[in-house]
Design a protein around this ligand. Sequence first.
Ligand code: AVI
Length: 330
Amino acid sequence: MLTGTMLNLEAGFDTRDSPAQARTARGEFESDLIRALAVKPHAISPKYFYDAQGSRLFDSICELPEYYPTRTELSILSTHAGEIARQMGPRAEIVEFGAGSLRKVRLLLDAMQEPARYLPIDISGEHLVDAAAALKVDYPSLDVRPVVADYTQRLLLPAPGAGCRVGFFPGSTIGNFTPEEALHFLRNAAQVLRGGALLLGADLIKDPAVLHAAYNDAQGVTAAFNLNLLARANRELHADFELGRFAHSAFYNAPLQRIEMHLVSRRRQQVAVGGERFELAEGESIHTENSHKFTIDSLRALAQRAGFTAGPVWTDPNQLFSVHWLHAPR
Ligand code: AVI
């Protein structure tokens, strides 16, 4: 099934999330949380972190001294923007998977030769409108086409223009997918980017102490971000989680090359969601996120399985983070 709605900002379409969409999203959150609590080991998708409060907390994480990925990727992009823009060529267009903070795409747009079009894809219409409108102010001649869609599903995009179509997936969000989901995402991206390329940010395997600090910051912002999942369930689903009864836990699972985040029950307790009650033992955890880490070769091997051909890769002097240019199949 093809999904994806094309919305033209200039045409003045309304991209606000409708009450019906909000109800569907709540229903999905409720059924996924109930399933997570009913089945052991308990696990839920990290996509539920990102309500308005969760998105604000994530923005704060990006500013933390311990959380190196954001500032390292920004410095890689700004150092190598010229070279990246040369790969793109004139009149290229950027398809961004997720409407991020825009700081990163601005670095690219500023270096590009006559950027033709920017197509941010995000499931949240509201987020998209804000992002697109902000960009339009500074790049009045850029054709900004927000696309309200779930970029993990097959996408329907406008036909590419005359220049190179470049997908942009920064932040190492690819690491939050399971390996199967990552492959699925890359295969879909290869389809919509045919003949173009993907610019992909991927966090690198490093000293576990550095990883541990990044996900266990001294100010407790990451803990608040993790616990917000339960606070959100209380707000939206009228669940009765007592946040003080759960502890944030994040550690590096070396064999699986990933940070795992969990919410650990501090005591034996009962919780209610959607009229159902669940028992949690002391020490029992709800697994809330994986953040996979890569080597340059492991990321390239994954992309190759999806049909991409590895191009240049840019890193920082400490090899903390990597930005990959991947040629999409013809
Ligand atoms: C969005 N994503 C790449 C972040 C990460 O590092 O995996 C989410 C995050 N979780 C805790 N801190 C940041």
